[in-house]
Design a protein around this ligand. Sequence first.
Ligand code: HEM
Length: 219
Amino acid sequence: MAQNVYDWLDERLGLQAIYDAILDREVPKVNWWFTLGSASLFLGLMQGITGILLSVYYVPTPDHAYDSITYIMTGVKFGWLILGIHHWGASLLILTAFIHMLRVFFYGAYKYPREVTWITGVMLLIGALGMGFTGYLLPWNQRSYWATTVGTEIAGSVPGIGNIILRILRGGTDLSALTLSRFFSLHIWIFPAILLAVVLTHLYLVIRLGISNIPDEDS
Ligand code: HEM
């Protein structure tokens, strides 16, 4: 029965061809360092899932943000676990993506024909840092408030256009409800939408070009 349903769908959607292209590929002899891209991907998916769950209870206003986080920690079943995974997962993702980048660099895997894969990787790392920066403000506690005050001030110290950047980020001269809703929107809509598109491009290129070999003495 299941086989019949699968065959029916496969004939119309080409499922087997998609499976073969994505998962049934020739891979050169590699080592554990090559697992870090997939580890980053897994952590990114976890951030997405836990983030969606958190958005059910989180309220992005100065009056309610802190209380809604306290409620998630103490009143929601497994809320502490979801928030904990989201909090620690963010740091772990940056760490795995960074070590993945070092692996790519030291094995020379950024060279022809993988330059665009490298560029999309840089965009992913910057985007992940942007997610960390915007997410840090959301609990709206003393630490997040002052960290964002300092962070936006650093962005504001860019020569010439610093003041404009600072005002755009804060939605005015000071941190306010506008800053919180701006950061929230960046954190749950703008960055994720861009990151999704870039991650799909990154993976498309990994599939299209195949994984590089571990360089030997000749290379
Ligand atoms: C969220 C961040 C990232 C994700 C999810 C991700 C995902 C992946 C995956 C699954 C692979 C397949 C091979 C492997 O796992 O080593 C890969 C390869 C690659 N990644 Fe990333 N990556 C990320 C960040 C980066 C960064 C920061 C760079 C560099 C600046 C980068 C550059 C590359 C390159 C050049 C390859 C091809 C390597 C080869 O063929 O040996 N990636 N990436």
